[in-house]
Design a protein around this ligand. Structure first.
Ligand SMILES: [Zn+2]
Length: 758
């Protein structure tokens, strides 16, 4: 196979560019000189070949052998084991400990008190043959961390996913949740949004259940026959609010032993109402006991019942009480010092804490990260020396709220601002297609990395498979055309679904989140069934995608650590930010059209005429038309940004040609210093208007989406809330930031042009 495969590109290259074939653009890595590019390729190849699936399997078996949530004995045991491994591989490693608020269940009750009496089990039974599923004494009971304590009894209302638009629909049906307990299904939003929006609408309690349509039998056979969530399976998880991630008691500062702490009663990220997650087996009698209107079609799940909304006659008693203790989180930090620029840091991380055994989330990712570190240590012994310093981080406490990574970033903020080049994150990993999201200065870079890697199932480049999958899954012809036209695969924007959040959103460090997925015929997320037995039967059975993740992560780290010039790219980023601005305009236009149309229909009497008099139907409220907004400052700023980015790109391309003069070391050094600061320029001291912890003015999670990103959140969130004047006031603020970034890129372009000529 190999000789044939390498023949094809050679022929093409020869035909197109006979004079330069020995040093083609393909072989010359962006940011590398012709002298440094070849050895880099050779070391990378050596690295990729040395990644062993059997090591990944053993790493996974070891770390998922027992439950290991924050504060548990085996979580600490894993931290110590990871530390010993890093040290054995030649890293300078230590554990850094923080004291964080981490509630664990003391009392949990969900019971139907009317029309019949029935107490929910709230218990996941062990599965015969799956040995770790019976480690009951060490398992955290099913619960939602950071639910406030409470004891409430009230009529039940079904609220679909519990999003803001679901409550608008309830208003139309004349149903209020005031004084009620709501039951929402998992999905469509960060789980913490559900109790938050419920409380905003006056509910006094919230139950979240896993509908089989989302991750159960609707998709495939239940575990253990298949890999899907069984009837008693429950999704644990944090319901912390999204004002800021990390320890609720120490926003903005590291949760060191002597840190100043908020009283628990004043911590804003703890929920306002009690909340518990349940299985569909426990949810079925509750939902079956609801009457009232039949739920709209889109609200119906896959249970064999007619979904009613209520309220009542089902009445539910919900009681939650937690032990509100400070617990240690133990981050393991391992450093390999760079030889030429030791004070520039390339940081790589994955968390190791889990809700229970967590073979998938997060150990599938952590196993790969450890195998990367082992192999880099091996290369180091063979003579490979990274130019920049590499820091491998095994984060503790990600599950409750990105605790370990956030506290570390908050503690080392000043140093990170000075030294960090980029942060590369992964989390769970599975079979399938490459996925990446991140800051767009790394978009072209990560495309180049995956062009050099091969998919283990299809024997084609990872990049090619990802691209063809996107063509197949595109929504329409326009999107397909865009994918075909574009040289690079786009990467998504980051929200706050994993440990990258504080790096990018708070500290302005260029970041990527990478992984594989899309072919997992299984889902046991945050249950006792996410374990080694389940993972090796239904997910990455031979760890070939774990191997690929290690190859991807390690190659990314090596290239960022070794490149002569940090290979950031800004033209693609300018294009993406331009799209975000166009989206803002479209959101306004759509809202104007929608509200205008609805007001007209109200005037015409449409709603009164078509409503069924035998059913309750409330016309939507009359709303004032959204005013036109002035986006000109943003659009002008995007133009400046594009101009600087294109200038930089042109100079960078010249540098890549063989006739280009070499950059003198002092120019290279000052350019690299300038480049790593460009991402910081997106930060403002004041942060987002209502969430000051989030400093980045382009990337942020949505206050009502959580995991999902809301680019240019300062403007967009006010638009979502229909606060038009406030939204418009943010336009010049963000525009100023973009102008500053454009100037910083322009400065870097100027430095390059001074060497390469215009
Ligand atoms: Zn995770």
């Amino acid at each position: 196979m190999k000789p044939i495969r390498s023949l094809i590109p050679c022929c093409i290259v020869f035909l197109l560019a006979p004079l330069t074939w020995s040093q083609t653009a393909k072989e010359r890595l962006p940011g590398f000189t012709s002298q440094s590019s070849t050895p880099e390729h050779e070391w990378e190849k050596k690295f990729q070949d040395a990644i062993l699936p059997d090591n990944l399997r053993e790493n996974n078996r070891r770390m998922s052998a027992r439950p290991h949530h924050v504060g548990s004995p085996f979580d600490k045991d894993n931290a110590d084991w990871i530390l010993s491994k890093f040290k054995a591989w030649g890293f300078d490693a230590h554990i850094e400990t923080f004291q964080v608020l981490f509630p664990t269940p003391k009392e949990r009750v969900v019971e139907l008190v009317e029309p019949t009496k029935l107490r929910a089990k709230l218990q996941e039974p062990p599965v015969p043959g799956d040995t770790t599923s019976s480690q009951t004494s060490e398992q955290l009971p099913t619960y939602n961390a950071y639910s406030i304590d409470g004891d409430v009894t009230a009529p039940l209302v079904y609220v679909n996913y519990g999003l803001r638009e679901d409550y608008e629909q309830l208003d139309r049906l004349g149903i209020s949740v005031k004084g009620a307990i709501v039951i929402a299904r998992y999905g469509e939003s960060w789980r913490g949004i559900k109790p938050k929006v419920a409380a905003e609408h006056g509910a006094i309690g919230c139950i979240i259940y896993s509908d089989p349509k989302d991750d159960g039998y609707f998709n495939g056979d239940e575990y253990p026959k298949g890999g899907w969530r069984p009837k008693d399976g429950v999704q644990r998880g944090s319901v912390m609010d999204t004002d800021y991630p990390g320890d609720p008691l120490t926003p903005g500062v590291g949760a060191t032993a002597d840190a100043k702490r908020l009283p628990i009663s004043e911590a804003p990220t703890i929920t306002k109402v009690p909340v518990l997650p349940i299985s569909y087996a426990d949810a079925l009698p509750l939902l079956s006991a609801l009457a009232g209107p039949v739920a709209p079609e889109k609200w119906r799940g896959a249970l064999a019942i007619t979904y009613h909304i209520g309220p009542g006659p089902a009445k539910v008693h919900l009681k939650v009480a937690s032990n509100w203790d400070l617990k240690p989180v133990n981050d393991v930090i391992a450093t390999m010092r760079g030889t030429e620029a030791p004070d520039r840091w390339v940081i790589r991380g994955n968390h190791f804490d889990a809700w229970v055994n967590g073979a998938d989330d997060p150990i599938s990712g952590m196993s790969a990260v450890l195998e990367e570190a082992r192999t880099l240590g091996e290369l180091h012994k063979q003579g490979w020396n990274p130019k920049r310093t590499i820091i491998y981080c095994a984060w503790d406490g990600e599950e409750p709220g990105l605790l370990g990574s956030t506290e570390w970033v908050e503690t080392h903020g000043d140093d990170l601002q000075k030294h960090a080049v980029a942060y590369i994150n992964s989390d769970s990993n599975g079979r399938g297609f490459f996925r990446a999201a991140g800051s767009h200065d790394l978009e072209k870079f990560i495309n180049d990395v995956i062009r050099d890697l091969k998919d283990p199932e299809k024997d084609i480049p990872v990049w090619q498979r990802a691209r063809l999958a996107r063509i197949a899954n595109a929504k329409n012809q326009e999107d397909r055309a865009e994918i075909r036209k574009r040289a690079e695969l786009t990467i998504g924007a980051l929200g706050d679904g994993s440990d990258y959040a504080s790096f990018l959103d708070h500290a302005g460090i260029s970041s990527l989140n990478i992984g594989y997925g899309g072919e997992n015929d299984a889902d046991a997320y945050h249950s006792i069934y996410d374990d080694f037995s389940w993972y090796t039967k239904f997910v990455d059975t031979d760890f070939s995608y774990g191997r690929l993740l290690a190859q991807t992560g390690g190659t990314t780290v090596m290239r960022l650590a070794d490149a002569d010039l940090i290979p950031f790219e800004y033209s693609g980023m300018a294009e993406t930010i331009s799209k975000y601005v166009t989206e803002l305009e479209k959101i306004l236009k759509d809202k104007q059209d929608e509200i205008k149309e609805r007001n007209l229909e109200l005037k015409e009497g449409v709603f009164n005429a078509i409503s069924d008099p035998r059913k309750t139907s409330v016309p939507p409220p009359h709303e004032t038309d959204p005013p036109y907004m002035n986006f000109a400052p943003l659009k002008n700023a995007v133009e400046s940004f594009k101009h600087s980015a294109d200038r930089y790109q042109a100079a960078f391309a010249k540098l890549q040609s063989d006739s280009a003069p070499a950059l003198p070391p002092q120019v290279l050094d000052s350019l690299n210093t300038d480049l790593l600061k460009i991402q910081r320029t997106f930060l403002t001291e004041r942060g987002l208007p209502e969430r000051p912890w989030f400093k980045h003015q382009v990337y942020a999670p949505g206050a009502y989406t959580g995991y999902g990103a809301k680019p240019i959140a300062a403007v967009r969130e006010y638009m979502d809330a229909k606060k038009w004047a406030e939204a418009e006031a943010q336009v010049p603020v963000v525009a100023k930031v973009l102008e500053d970034v454009a100037a910083a890129i322009g400065k870097a372009a100027g430095e390059l042009e001074a060497v390469t000529g215009h």
